[in-house]
Design a protein around this ligand. Structure first.
Ligand code: ZN
Length: 342
């Protein structure tokens, strides 16, 4: 058995080598940017950990009772902890915890109550020879109190229990939690590998190139973005920022951006900024879908000060609630501060 996605071969090899050497550990932190397939990798490694007759370290036989239960999402020793149990998407078929189903709970953080229920799950005895497995996804959503409660179990892990944390931004986790985990990192693949994989889903090369640029090279995220007409937003953002930098009124630009989900505008701004900073080294024409805009102007010099200001503005918006972004005011302020920077 190999990694579920072509660019995960190194991560998979590292994992199976650890298992072969008897260094499984009791807490694993799987990290990597959004859209590189961390949950797909975790599903596969969970199958291997639960399998009763693994044919090789890390692999699952696919035929035993445990493998069948895992595939059906009904394995009694596996549980997923996540902020919003009702959410679709990866791992949605895994059992979630009863504590997560309390009404009126915030669906953005993993709370201390949830972590306590998880500890209960892990300290119950697994079936003879089996492993009790808990997956936290995304682990970045752990509230401070939740992380503290988790420390208890990381310090004295029960026998035959294993915790898998999945994080886009592992730096957000307390160092005390990170230091008790083994790491498994899934990196963004080389551009050619990402493009070849994406070509199975998206036929047009310019659309693929733009989606990959917007997704920071992460193939699964790019696939998602490619479905949403990324060109319209790229044009709105690129032309909008350039117009404001050239002296245009920022308000109409901000209002136009309101027509798109805030998260997508934010992502596009990051991509635009990355593009400005690497201009001359990457080919802008690749990221302008043919026919949607005239051939791109030569990249303007974008001062580092200005880039720093824009980056700072984006980071502070990210820290604020998304609610703030539902007002064109936030975009207008960002544009004004960027334009004012020397
Ligand atoms: Zn099996």
């Amino acid at each position: 058995m190999s990694a579920p996605l072509p660019w995960q071969a190194d991560a998979w090899a590292a994992w199976s080598a650890r298992l072969a050497a008897g260094r499984r550990g009791q807490a694993l932190l799987v990290s990597g940017p959004h859209g590189v397939g961390k949950t797909a990798l975790v599903e596969r490694l969970a199958a291997g950990l639960l399998c009763l007759a693994p044919p090789a370290p890390g692999a699952a036989c696919g035929a035993c009772t445990a493998c069948r239960q895992h595939a059906a999402g009904s394995h009694p020793d596996l549980i997923v902890l996540r902020p919003d149990p009702g959410q679709d998407g990866p791992l949605a078929h895994y059992p979630v915890q009863a504590a997560q189903l309390e009404p009126g709970r915030s669906t953005r953080v993993i709370s201390v109550e949830q972590v306590r229920a998880l500890i209960e799950h892990l300290t119950r005895r697994a079936r003879p020879g089996g492993t009790r497995l808990a997956v936290l996804w995304p682990a970045d959503a752990l509230a401070e109190a939740g992380a503290n409660a988790l420390l208890k179990i990381l310090e004295e892990p029960p026998e035959n229990a294993m915790l898998v944390l999945i994080a886009h931004r592992p730096g957000l986790l307390p160092a005390t939690v990170r230091s008790r985990c083994q790491f498994l990192r899934v990196a963004v693949p080389p551009a050619a590998v990402a493009d070849a994989w994406l070509a199975q889903e998206v036929g047009e090369a310019p659309r693929r190139a733009l989606a990959l640029a917007l997704g920071g090279g992460a193939p699964l995220l790019a696939a998602e973005l490619a479905r949403e007409d990324p060109a319209a937003l790229w044009v709105a953002v690129a032309q909008g920022v350039e117009a404001v930098l050239a002296g245009a009124d920022p308000l109409p630009v901000a209002q136009r951006w309101q027509g798109f989900p805030a998260e997508r505008v934010e992502r596009t701004l990051y991509a635009w900024l990355r593009h400005q900073l690497t201009a001359g080294r990457t080919n802008l024409a690749m990221t302008h879908p043919a026919g949607t805009v005239e051939s791109p102007p030569p990249p303007r010099r974008f001062s580092l000060t200005r880039a720093a200001v824009l980056l700072e503005e984006l980071e502070s918006l990210r820290r604020l609630s998304r609610v703030a972004l539902s007002q064109p005011l936030a975009w207008e302020a960002l544009l004004i501060r960027t334009a004012q920077a020397p």
